[in-house]
Design a protein around this ligand. Structure first.
Ligand SMILES: [Zn+2]
Ligand SMILES: [Zn+2]
Length: 152
């Protein structure tokens, strides 16, 4: 077992564990900061002393991670609240991609000083937010807790 590698940093493939692998490394900074409240790349210097993976009750299993005790606890607290694959069905994923795009476009319109376009885009974004709420309300987006289990 090598060094603790909690979020897939310091590897060639980047933070592939993030959001169940939906997002590429280019999203890492924002996802890490906004969704999980972890600031900056979460590389770790400690030696891993356990090998673990996150599993949900439906049977989704995340990649095996080599972890130190501190990061095992941190992942339990921060990442284990819901299964990303259960929480992001295809419908929600499409909406989320739409909102990512709109957020970027709104930023660009504001930079250009185009308040009219920014307002129109914001209205579209609000509409996506309502559709997401609706998916939650109908139980299509589900929060399924994950358990961090040790693998031998
Ligand atoms: Zn660690
Ligand atoms: Zn799941």
């Amino acid at each position: 077992m090598g060094r603790c590698n909690p979020y897939g940093y310091a590897t060639d493939t980047g933070p592939k564990h993030l959001m169940g692998g939906i997002y590429g490394p280019e999203y890492a900074g924002r996802q890490v900061l906004l969704k999980d409240g972890i600031h900056g790349p979460a590389a770790c210097d400690r030696q891993a002393d356990r090998r673990m993976r996150l599993v949900c009750e439906v049977g989704h299993a995340g990649p095996v991670m080599d972890l130190c005790g501190t990061h095992a606890m941190e992942i339990m607290e921060r990442m284990a609240s819901c299964c990303t694959r259960c929480v992001w069905p295809d419908a929600a994923r499409g909406l989320n991609e739409g909102s990512e795009y709109l957020c970027a476009e709104i930023g660009r319109a504001k930079l250009d000083g185009d308040t009219l376009r920014a307002g129109q885009l914001q209205a579209q974004l609000n509409d996506i937010a309502r559709q997401m709420d609706d998916l939650y309300a109908r139980g299509i987006i589900r929060k399924v807790p994950l358990k961090l289990v040790e693998v031998s």
